[in-house]
Ligand binder design. Structure first.
Ligand SMILES: CC(C)(COP(=O)(O)OP(=O)(O)OC[C@H]1O[C@@H](n2cnc3c(N)ncnc32)[C@H](O)[C@@H]1OP(=O)(O)O)[C@@H](O)C(=O)NCCC(=O)NCCS
Length: 209
């Protein structure tokens, strides 16, 4: 398939479930130990989470459609405005609690609290970048990043940042080739033990005005 056939566009509200399915599938190694016995509820939880990010988190999602069937081939979230962190955390806790019960919620939210990050007002932040397995190595992730950078500039951001796990070679190569540079690293014994992720790399790209 030709890269030109794929168009990046803003996600529609009714696409939150499809994005959630893409994200769970793309990060299944991470989510399986987090949701454990609650995997059957993972898409529902992720869908509500994405909904909250859009409502309270200052995040906008971009998608690329599969031109053959209209389903989603890829997606990314871009934080362009300050999140309402307290409210977001409380509402997210409620969603997890409702679906997984208290102990599993404690477990899941502890693991999901890594990497620690506080966004700065001058910076956009990329999250949950995912391309469906059948569409990889066709330039879709690079196209999503370009559009995210364009949106960041339009929102008067001077830089765009993201976190990537230190063992995610495809993503590290992608970001490096797109001009992102390592700024710092965080280590976590908890995610090393339970997710197999020892290091989180924070990368950033300065945007040219
Ligand atoms: C990482 C991911 C988003 C890349 O998506 P993609 O659409 O396949 O990437 P692109 O086709 O745009 O690749 C652009 C460049 O990234 C690098 N790259 C991408 N996948 C790679 C791989 N598997 N191995 C080595 N380099 C890779 C290459 O430099 C590539 O350029 P090239 O194809 O001209 O050599 C995709 O593999 C994915 O969804 N993985 C699971 C979720 C994930 O890890 N997301 C990142 C979270 S931080």
């Amino acid at each position: 398939m030709d890269a030109e056939q794929f168009t990046v566009r803003a996600a529609r509200p009714e696409e939150e479930t499809a994005i959630a399915a893409l994200v769970i599938d793309g990060f299944i190694d991470k989510f399986r130990p987090i949701f454990r016995g609650g995997m059957d509820r993972s898409i529902r939880i992720m869908q509500r989470w994405i909904e909250l990010e859009h409502e309270l988190g200052g995040v906008r999602s971009l998608v690329i459609e599969d031109p053959a069937c209209g389903g989603l081939a890829a997606s990314v979230g871009v934080r362009l405005a300050e999140p309402r962190d307290d409210l977001l955390s409380r509402r997210l806790w409620g969603i997890f609690r409702q679906n997984l019960g208290f102990l599993r919620t404690l477990w899941a939210t502890t693991l999901l609290s890594y990497p620690r990050h506080t966004s700065s007002p001058g910076e956009a932040y990329v999250e949950r970048l995912v391309v469906a397995p059948g569409f990889r190595r066709m330039g879709l992730a690079r196209n999503l990043l370009w559009e995210a950078e364009r949106m960041a500039l339009e929102a008067d951001k001077r830089a765009i940042g993201l976190h990537v796990s230190g063992n995610n070679l495809p993503a590290l190569t992608l970001y490096d080739s797109a001009g992102y540079r390592e700024v710092s690293r965080q280590r976590s014994l908890i995610t090393a033990r339970f997710l197999g992720i020892r290091t989180w790399v924070y990368m950033r790209k300065e945007l040219l005005l």
